[in-house]
Ligand binder design. Structure first.
Ligand SMILES: Cc1cc2nc3c(=O)[nH]c(=O)nc-3n(C[C@H](O)[C@H](O)[C@H](O)COP(=O)(O)OP(=O)(O)OC[C@H]3O[C@@H](n4cnc5c(N)ncnc54)[C@H](O)[C@@H]3O)c2cc1C
Length: 447
């Protein structure tokens, strides 16, 4: 039975309490529309959520945002908590041929390579050619491999780009669209606040866990409802009822006037399995995803003075080494040093099936190879997290497979990471998507 609705304020269900769901909720509340967030995990935050180490709270995966981002400006304005943002310019570097190199300028990445002089010149030509592209649609059917083999040569791809792509996209590396590189070039050009030494990043006083506590308090103060540890099970459109959409939770159905689904597409397809035409479900399931795995190490000592050490060595399987306490001082963490490792993984890859203990041992062994001084005695403790379907594989022609936000049922929208294209996905685009979905939905709802 569908529970009857008792008041006349339109009510919207939001599935997922990450940045996208939170921004949608805040935006709808500002418009006088009621919201209920359903979040399957014990706390809000999604990929940017935190955990208790036993000594303090930390993000499960490293997180920061670029200073001056307009979506965060909006969010902090809504909360009235702009004063809690602080921005820092940080040291970046990269790991290559068993050594750590400092990045003083993005071009340094191209200076230290295994490429010959001729190959470096070909690489520069490929980058220049890509930087001159104005419409990404004209290059979406090139993979990074196609592009840099054509405008560089085989080695330019194999010795440089492949290293970067494998830790991010695993076995999909050779098929990743060159739009992924194009977008990085565009955002590097556009990003404000970059300095010679590094980029300016922002963080929140008390971390992302404090930010989500403040978001939660704001939503509750506006009479929004948050149901944590509550997994949305099934969505049904019910045109004959007073309300258009029902959501099954804990075995019972709840009626809503509208809905925004912010989960990864495979979960959205499961939720909508009895409602959406097969062709829409097939389109959702056609996008390949990778999981994210990460290790957080509480260490007695620091590894280097870089915040972000990108990996440029195929033998090192992680995207990089991120030393959070180069961003926030160790004094905020009992004098300890916080180190993150992360990578994307999919079936068939080395890290995919490892259990947590084996995965931590694998990460520590790689750190020992990378930093001669690093010793297991430094480790106070280590934690590991996994996020399923965290990263869509941006294969060539990806633009053709991006589903629109509207679904073939009234007042139900999908706003998920996989639809952000060609922009570089992150917390900022999740906020943008949540706001955009709220705007679209509110136009169809009567207040
Ligand atoms: C390792 C890593 C590092 C990153 N670092 C940064 C960074 O430094 N800066 C940055 O800007 N971005 C970073 N990102 C990206 C950023 O985390 C994401 O872009 C952003 O958090 C996505 O938000 P979202 O709300 O769209 O999705 P999610 O955060 O995935 O939220 C979806 C939510 O839906 C919930 N859910 C799923 N199914 C159901 C269901 N059936 N019922 C109820 N709830 C459900 C999930 O539990 C989750 O909370 C990083 C990502 C990773 C993986």
């Amino acid at each position: 039975m569908t529970a009857p609705r008792s008041n006349s304020t339109p009510q919207v269900a939001i599935i997922g309490g990450g940045f996208c769901g939170a921004a949608a909720a805040l935006s709808l509340l500002e418009k006088g529309i009621g919201v209920t967030i359903f979040e399957s995990q014990p706390e809000l935050g999604g990929l940017a959520s935190s955990f208790d180490t036993g000594a303090y709270r930390l993000e499960k995966f490293y997180h920061q945002w670029y200073a001056g981002d307009e979506n965060f400006e909006w969010l902090l304005d809504v909360l009235g908590l702009k004063a809690k943002e602080f921005s820092i310019s940080m040291e970046h570097g990269f790991y290559f041929r068993d050594s750590v190199w400092r990045t003083r300028n993005p071009l340094d990445h191209f200076r230290y390579t295994d490429l010959s002089l001729t190959e470096s010149a070909r690489m520069a030509f490929g980058i220049w050619k890509l930087g001159a592209v104005t419409d990404w649609r004209t290059i979406d059917d090139y993979s990074v491999k196609d592009w840099f083999t054509k405008y560089g040569n085989h080695n330019v791809y194999e010795k440089f780009w492949k290293q970067l792509l494998v830790s991010r996209f695993g076995n999909y590396a050779d098929e990743i669209s060159v739009v992924w590189v194009w977008q990085k070039l565009q955002s590097n050009k556009a990003r404000k606040g970059r300095s010679e030494k590094g980029s300016t990043s922002s963080y929140y006083e008390g971390g992302f866990s404090a930010l989500f506590d403040d978001i939660e308090a704001h939503i509750l103060a506006q009479n929004g409802v948050i149901r944590k540890q509550t997994r949305a099970e099934l969505v049904r459109a019910d045109p004959s009822a007073n309300t258009s959409i029902t959501l099954q939770v804990d075995g019972s159905a709840h009626a809503f006037d509208g809905m925004i689904i912010t989960t990864p597409l495979p979960e959205a397809a499961r939720l909508l399995a009895h409602t959406l035409p097969q062709q829409n479900l097939d389109a959702f399931n056609a996008i390949a995803y990778l999981d994210s795995r990460g290790i957080i190490i509480r260490s007695k000592r620091s590894l280097s003075n870089c915040y972000w050490l990108s990996n440029r060595d195929l033998a090192f399987p992680f995207v990089g080494v991120i030393e959070h306490t180069q961003f926030r001082p160790p004094s905020e963490y009992n004098g300890e040093h916080i180190i993150y490792l992360s990578q994307s993984t999919a079936p068939g890859m080395e890290a995919y099936d490892m259990d947590d203990d084996a995965y931590i041992a694998y990460g520590l062994a790689h750190l020992e190879k990378m930093f001669a001084d690093f010793d297991a005695d430094w480790v106070i403790d280590a934690h590991t997290w996994r996020a399923a379907d965290a990263q869509p594989a941006i294969l060539k022609k990806y633009g053709e497979s991006v589903p629109p936000p509207e679904l073939p049922m009234a007042n139900c929208l999908i706003a998920t990471q996989a639809q952000v294209y060609p922009d570089y996905r992150g917390t900022h685009t999740a906020i943008r998507q949540g706001r955009d979905a709220a705007e679209r939905l509110s136009q169809g709802l009567v207040t």
